[in-house]
Design a protein around this ligand. Structure first.
Ligand code: SF4
Ligand code: SF4
Ligand code: SF4
Ligand SMILES: [Zn+2]
Length: 329
């Protein structure tokens, strides 16, 4: 995922790796917080722990279909409120996850980063978890449209949190922005669990504007996915396939290499899935650093990173490693 603000300086993380026994089988659990060994984290037993980790909280909605959660009553994203966002300009090339191949990174000028508060997922490793706590701030469509009149802005990155709960607003802004400035590129960095027809409209805008749509494919094993994110991956994959049928040229994907848990087997399945859509889709493996609730794991071990890279290369033509600086490289 794209980091909220571009890191001005490298952070030094004091990491202590707690080792403990898995609460189910007694084998070694890499994370005290998760309290599961890798095997149990991929088994149905993980759902018991997931239930405890992902407390349900948020405002109320009658019936919302803006994303795969399809809430009735409690809003799992906190409650979608259009315009609840912050924006800033970032000189190109930026820290977008797609910066390693995208068109915008070859241009001079700036990127308009639009960070949407709220998210329909609940990842325990969220690097942008401030989206949960920030006082709500509202930006009007008019204000955003006046910003993109600056000719130095070359592309718009919708990210967050996640744009899914605010997609109708984001789509309206993007359409009007392209009416004003047909030279802009429209890009999305999301978890991919949005309403399918809205997600397709977003992808169409990216296709027309030479932009990108980046999915975060967080784990292949469904139990592990629920453990780490609080949500099932089914709709994410469906959306990826559906966009891949119509607009394969916009797609890309990332996977955060959570130490020990998101291992070669996970990457093998994910890379094979991406290749079944199109083997040219760019895929970036992101080195993990401790954040939010998952602070008792280290930076992804080098061996895991390079083994996952080799595995992904067996299936896909364009594979990258992101956050290499965390490995001191
Ligand atoms: S917004 Fe799109 S084109 Fe611009 S830097 Fe990010 S990924 Fe590249
Ligand atoms: S999808 Fe997960 S990692 Fe990304 S912003 Fe939402 S909670 Fe955080
Ligand atoms: S956007 Fe998604 S998570 Fe938020 S209320 Fe609607 S269905 Fe629920
Ligand atoms: Zn176990």
């Amino acid at each position: 995922m794209r980091k909220y603000f571009p890191p001005a300086e490298k952070k030094v993380f004091s990491v202590s790796t707690y080792l403990m026994d898995c609460v189910f089988c007694g084998k070694r659990a890499p994370s005290k917080f998760l309290s599961l060994c890798v095997d149990c984290a991929k088994s149905e037993k993980a759902l018991v722990i997931a239930e405890k980790l992902h407390q349900r909280k948020g405002g109320n909605v009658k019936a919302c279909k803006l994303c795969a959660n399809e809430c009735k009553g409690l809003a799992l994203c906190g409650k979608p409120i259009y315009g609840n966002l912050i924006y800033y300009e970032d000189p190109l090339p930026t820290n977008c996850c797609n910066a390693w191949f995208c068109e915008g990174s070859r241009l001079s000028g700036t990127n308009l980063a639009v960070f949407y508060y709220g998210c329909n997922f609940d990842c325990v490793f969220c690097q942008n978890w401030s989206h949960k706590n920030v006082n709500r701030r509202f930006v009007s469509l008019e204000e955003l449209l006046s910003v993109i009149e600056k000719r130095r802005i070359r592309c718009i990155c919708h990210f967050g949190g996640s744009p899914e709960p605010q997609l109708p607003f984001a789509l309206k802004f993007s359409r009007k922005a392209l009416e004003k400035r047909s030279d802009l590129m429209i890009c999305w960095e999301w978890n991919g669990a949005g309403n399918t027809s809205l997600a397709l409209k977003a992808a169409e805008l990216s296709s027309k504007s030479n932009g990108t749509v980046k999915f975060d494919l967080k784990a292949w094993n469904e139990n592990l996915h629920v453990l780490l994110t609080g949500r099932n991956p089914e709709r994410v994959r469906k959306n990826f396939e559906i966009i891949g049928e119509k607009f394969p040229e916009v797609l890309s994907a990332t996977t955060l290499l959570v130490p020990y848990y998101v291992d070669e087997k996970e990457v093998e399945e994910i890379a094979s899935f991406i290749a079944s859509v199109n083997e040219n889709i760019p895929y970036s493996l992101l080195v993990f650093h401790p954040d939010y609730l998952l602070r008792d794991l280290p930076i992804t071990p080098r061996e895991q990173v390079f083994n996952c890279f080799k595995t992904a290369k067996k299936f896909l033509k364009n594979v990258n490693i992101g956050n290499l600086h965390l490995l001191g490289l």
